[in-house]
Design a protein around this ligand. Structure first.
Ligand SMILES: Cc1cc2nc3c(=O)[nH]c(=O)nc-3n(C[C@H](O)[C@H](O)[C@H](O)COP(=O)(O)OP(=O)(O)OC[C@H]3O[C@@H](n4cnc5c(N)ncnc54)[C@H](O)[C@@H]3O)c2cc1C
Length: 377
């Protein structure tokens, strides 16, 4: 027999907690089902060096700012602490060790199947994040490689790589920071970068870049990019000179039109510039002792770290939902009504203007929509 509540929320990460708090503020009671045994479980296992790349002032969830004492770019441990105090402030009590296997229709509402923790409600919010879906591409000969090949989500710190030659594959936020982490520990590290990218500094004239991004929204993205271009070049120099290719569209236009998130430089470019991180192009194939590149000679490596992102596939979780996922199982929309009544996603689509900020906006939007429906019913 399942318990019933106003809203079921799956996941007690930032998105699940923010949605539960926003619903509570509107007098609605949510059951938060969390498969691990803590809030912010994913942040508990991120790599040690991690700090927010987005600034504190623009990364807090609705109703509680991140404390000033945590610094402008709080550490991973501080983010976990913040999520704990957030849950405590709004008296959110997730049900832990409650892994939802599937969400099915239950009359006009939904039933989340989680064994003895199963719940029914008119509304379900899927806030399961991306962390469970590491994307690992394959290359010819990969199975013959002698050393470890791990995804960035399994990387913790440089210690296991001391004295080794490491190839980090992919220059996104994680790839760049992991390469930097390894280089700062004296590890011989190369970074394989396939396509063009946009890079922005973490701050411009001492002002967090997110603040500039938000100001840029006063203008059409293409125009704002044109205005910002000389400033960005001044702040980060020419990435082409380092051997990187720049996207034809500027950062804001790429975000708006292609959902491509620019890389926030937290020191990677300097490390590439002075040779602490070596830049390589696309991988052609693997061999027992290393990697063959498309454009440069083969090299020996002892370990490979795939910083190749995440690709959520929610088809097993939502076997009966129609018209809400794309062909590979990623949500089509996030933070607003879907094609299925009473089914929402929060934080499901990466946002370039700060995912935590976006999660807050979506949580409020979902809570408003659910409260409106509840009043009308
Ligand atoms: C390395 C890294 C750095 C980041 N840095 C920033 C940054 O600086 N600024 C920023 O704005 N954003 C950042 N992000 C992006 C984003 O803000 C975080 O990933 C954030 O944690 C997303 O919150 P979430 O609640 O959507 O997902 P998660 O934090 O992944 O939480 C999802 C929760 O759902 C639970 N869950 C999953 N499946 C089930 C199930 N079937 N049943 C029950 N529970 C389930 C999980 O255990 C987890 O606790 C970063 C992301 C990464 C990976």
């Amino acid at each position: 027999m399942a318990n019933s509540c106003d809203v079921i929320i799956i996941g007690a990460g930032p998105a699940g907690l923010a949605t539960a708090a926003a619903l509570k503020a509107r007098g609605l009671n949510a059951a938060v089902l969390e498969k691990s045994n803590a809030v912010g479980a994913v942040w508990l296992r991120h790599y040690d060096r991690l700090h927010l790349h987005t600034d504190r002032a623009r990364s807090g969830l609705p109703g509680l700012a991140i404390p000033k004492a945590y610094g402008r770019y709080p550490s991973r441990a501080r983010v976990v602490e913040y999520l704990e105090i957030y849950a405590a402030k709004f008296a959110l009590r997730p049900v832990f060790n409650a892994a939802v296997r599937a969400v099915r229709r239950d009359g006009r509402g939904w039933r989340a199947e989680a064994g003895e923790n199963s719940q029914t409600a008119p509304v379900v919010v899927v806030a399961t994040g991306l962390a469970d879906y590491p994307h690992a591409p394959t290359w010819p000969g990969m199975e013959t490689f002698d050393g470890p090949i791990l995804h960035s989500s399994s990387y913790r710190n440089p210690a296991p790589f001391t004295g080794k030659r490491v190839l980090v594959v992919g220059l996104g936020a994680s790839g760049g920071e992991i390469a930097l982490d390894l280089s700062e520990a004296g590890v011989d590290v190369a970074l394989a970068v396939r396509g063009p990218i946009n890079v922005i500094p973490r701050e411009l004239f001492g002002v967090p870049i997110l603040a500039w991004g938000l100001t840029g929204r006063l203008f059409p993205a293409r125009i704002a990019d044109k205005i910002n271009a000389p400033l960005l070049r001044f702040a980060i120099g020419s990435i082409e000179k380092l051997g990187l290719k720049r996207l034809p569209k500027g950062p804001l236009q790429s975000i708006e039109e292609d959902r491509r998130v620019p890389l926030i430089d937290i020191g990677m470019l300097d490390a590439i510039r002075d040779g602490r991180i070596k830049l390589r192009g696309d991988i052609a194939s693997f061999a027992r002792e290393g990697v063959d590149f498309e454009q440069s000679p083969a090299e020996r490596f002892d370990a490979i770290i795939l910083a190749t992102g995440f690709r959520p596939d929610l088809r097993p979780l939502l076997p009966e939902a129609r018209g809400v996922l794309n062909a590979t199982g990623a949500p089509l929309v996030s933070g607003r009504a879907t094609a299925e009544s009473g089914l929402f996603f929060c934080g499901a689509i990466p946002s370039a203007l700060g995912q935590l900020r976006q999660i807050g906006v979506e949580a409020q939007g979902i809570a408003d929509a659910v409260a409106r429906e509840a009043r009308a019913a």
